[in-house]
Write a protein that binds this ligand. Structure first.
Ligand SMILES: [Zn+2]
Length: 63
């Protein structure tokens, strides 16, 4: 059963450990969440290879 949202959007402010891929270049801050990654992953900014790591990121609320 679905209930209509209340008038005010709830701001989710939870930090959780998140698997991400980070650019291997020291001069580039490119990264993306693992869930948005693709099999032939390369940095969207500079095109370098990316490596998996874990970062604390705000939780994405998925309804
Ligand atoms: Zn990069």
């Amino acid at each position: 059963m679905y209930f209509a949202k209340k008038g005010k959007e709830e701001i989710v402010n939870i930090i959780e450990d998140t698997n991400v891929y980070a650019c291997e270049s020291d001069t580039c801050n490119g990264w993306m969440r693992e869930e948005f990654s693709t099999p032939d992953l390369s940095c969207p900014i500079c095109g370098s290879d990316m490596k998996a790591e874990v970062r604390g990121l705000p939780k994405i609320k998925v309804d």
